[in-house]
Design a protein around this ligand. Structure first.
Ligand SMILES: [Zn+2]
Length: 117
């Protein structure tokens, strides 16, 4: 429960306006609730998917990765996998996005290894 900005009565933390006085509750007022819903690892999952895709594109556009490209793509894959793992850990709902990110990075990693030998 949180307190209304208008009348100070206790209202539900997800309430958009106060049922007592009708005062609209600002996002700041509902900060704890918003933080909880926003911090479900969404951006980490998105970063993970992006890094996986970038890795794939790099591999696809290059016939044979040189040493620097190899290191770069591996770093992208590992970083993406870390972000995917964080997104997976933070996500309380369906874990599709972080799993997609992890799979992208894992496949890109394997593809990179496969292309280099
Ligand atoms: Zn009120």
């Amino acid at each position: 429960m949180v307190f209304c900005r208008g009348c100070g009565k206790q209202i539900h933390e997800s309430a958009i306006s106060c049922p007592q006085c009708g005062a609209v509750q600002t996002p700041n007022h509902r900060n704890s609730n918003l933080t909880k819903t926003n911090d479900n690892g969404t951006w980490q999952s998105v970063v993970s998917i992006c890094l996986g895709i970038v890795s794939f594109v790099t591999i696809a556009e290059t016939n044979k990765l040189d040493h620097d490209q190899f290191i770069g793509v591996i770093i992208f894959c590992v970083t993406g996998a870390i972000f995917g793992g964080v997104g997976f850990a933070k996500n309380n709902g369906n874990k599709v996005a972080p799993v997609v990110g992890l799979i992208c990075c894992a496949l890109a990693f394997l593809a990179t290894i496969g292309q280099s030998f």
